[in-house]
Design a protein around this ligand. Structure first.
Ligand code: HEM
Length: 485
């Protein structure tokens, strides 16, 4: 009643389903959030207002709405809404993924983009990506010789985690003292559980903390977080061991430690602290590993379900690269055209983060004629846009040919296809993510043909999804690699 009386009557708020007292629209949230929002938006419109408990959330599901939101200054450089879990994993918002918009976020983002993920560094890390792909091919060759099925997600996880841990943290997970590849997988899963966990305080600010304390939710979150923090601390300790740098080339953590030391001397206004360092390690760990793994896994699921596309892609690869290559390099990617359209189609149908990261408006805004008050949470459903029948013919069909005569790209400038977001909050690891996905897929498709295990049929491979922020294939994808040469 109070908020109704305070709201200027001339405001035009977006439409949405009827709310119930206290819970708002929580009863309308059925199934996975991105799929649920898509269904609701088909009924209530592409700019829709929902209430999660006491928290109003605007969901945008049209290309025009997304373009307006992501180009509006105060939304483009929006803040992120605070939740109990994001406060923990971001080290009290000392990272870039969940930090609110402001000078500190700008300084950190600049540091990550300029110092850590710049083109020169990216190129110099090329040999790590190629070496790890080489190990993957060797491992798959063993399975091919015995015709054993391979759990694709697990295998691809090892590939991506090895690349990210080596270039970001200087850790070789095949030989590291304090973590191995199984622990890394376990930690990434726990990490996602932590981010996706919902606390009462998120929906009922001011009162929910009491329920979280009584229900034990706070204790659960704390215990998972402490495991992650131990890993991040080990990474840091490993970097300050005397003598370490003499034998290894600097990784992302080395660069940040050097910057901290330099700032102490120079007296810069923005001071990097250990919390910033851990916040960034945490961002890279969450944003850098699973996004690429789920994309690679979806690509293989779609290709095995669509043998004509698989054949067309493999024919192009093998004709262009010849039959005699022993090792694939990133240079080889430049020569492939249809292969890249196929990757684009995977990003369209299976964006790793279908609602981008949640946003919060900095000031009052207007989207598609609707008033969005300051400090309102906003979600942009790139999933609904990428499957909008007004934009795409047969939108649910996996068909890379749709891009043959199209200039639509996925790097943040075409608002119908935004797997990496757009604007100032666009994914800073985009170049690295694309290289990891493309190089991984090229190795899988050049050296091997793929079959479903004996007794199974291609029709058994479904596309059921799971997750809430990062969406992956629910059922395990097991395939048998066959040596092509
Ligand atoms: C296929 C791989 C990847 C995909 C699909 C992906 C996708 C995304 C998306 C959709 C966002 C949210 C953008 C927005 O809300 O507008 C994001 C943010 C982010 N990504 Fe990625 N990403 C990938 C790989 C990576 C990698 C490899 C890294 C780092 C090494 C990374 C680091 C980040 C960070 C730090 C943010 C937060 C940016 C900010 O809030 O300013 N991502 N990513």
């Amino acid at each position: 009643i109070i908020s109704k009386n305070l709201k200027p009557s001339k405001w035009k708020l977006p439409p949405g389903p009827k709310t119930l007292p206290i819970i708002g629209n929580l009863h309308n949230l059925k199934g996975l959030p991105h799929a649920c929002f898509r269904n609701l938006s088909q009924k209530f419109g592409p700019v829709m207002l929902l209430h999660f408990g006491f928290v109003p959330v605007v969901v945008i599901s049209s290309k025009e709405g997304a373009e307006e939101a992501l180009k509006t200054q105060d939304l483009e450089c929006c803040s992120r809404p605070e939740t109990v879990a994001t406060r923990m994993i971001s080290y009290n918002f000392k990272d870039i993924g969940f930090a609110p918009y402001g000078e500190e976020w700008k300084a950190l983002r600049k540091l990550v983009v300029v110092e850590l993920l710049n083109m020169k560094k990216f190129q110099s890390f090329r040999y790590i990506r190629e070496e790890e792909n080489d190990s993957l091919v060797k491992k798959l060759t063993e399975s091919a010789l015995t015709r054993s099925p391979v759990n694709l997600k697990k295998t691809l996880f090892t590939l991506v985690a090895s690349i990210v841990c080596r270039l970001a943290f200087g850790i070789n997970i095949h030989k590291c003292e304090f973590i191995d590849e199984h622990n890394v997988a376990d930690l990434v899963n726990k990490f996602e559980m932590l981010v996706e966990s919902i606390a009462f305080s998120d929906f009922f600010p001011g009162v929910g903390w009491l329920i979280d304390r009584i229900s034990g939710q706070n204790k659960n979150l704390n215990s998972v977080f402490s495991e992650l923090d131990t890993f991040f601390q080990n990474v840091l300790d490993d970097h300050i061991k005397p003598g370490r740098r003499e034998s290894e080339s600097p990784d992302v953590v080395d660069v940040m430690i050097d910057l901290m030391k330099k700032q102490e001397k120079d007296g810069d206004s923005f001071k990097l602290t250990t919390d910033h360092l851990k916040g960034i390690i945490s961002d890279i760990f969450l944003a850098g590993v699973n996004t690429s793994v789920v994309t690679l896994n979806w690509a293989m699921a779609e290709l095995i379900r669509n043998p004509k596309v698989m054949k067309k892609v493999q024919d192009e690869i093998r004709t262009t690269l010849g039959d005699k290559k022993e090792r694939i390099t990133e240079q080889d990617l430049n020569e492939l055209h249809y292969f890249k359209l196929m990757v684009k189609e995977v990003f369209r149908l299976h964006p790793a983060a279908p609602l981008l990261l949640p946003r919060e408006t900095l000031s009052h805004a207007k989207i598609q004629g609707y008033d969005i008050p300051a400090k309102t949470q906003m979600m942009i459903s790139i999933y609904a846009i990428a499957r909008d029948p007004k934009i795409w013919e047969n939108p649910d069909e996996f068909n890379p040919d749709r891009f043959l005569d199209s200039s639509i790209d996925y790097r943040g400038l075409n608002f119908e296809l935004l797997p990496f977001g757009s604007g100032r909050r666009i994914c800073p690891g985009m170049t690295m993510g694309i290289a990891t996905v493309e190089l991984g897929l090229l190795n899988l498709l050049y050296f091997f043909d793929w079959e479903v295990p004996q007794g199974k049929n291609v029709k058994d491979i479904d596309l059921e999804e799971t997750g809430s922020i990062i969406i992956s294939k629910k059922t395990t994808l097991e395939l048998v690699p066959l040596l092509h040469h």
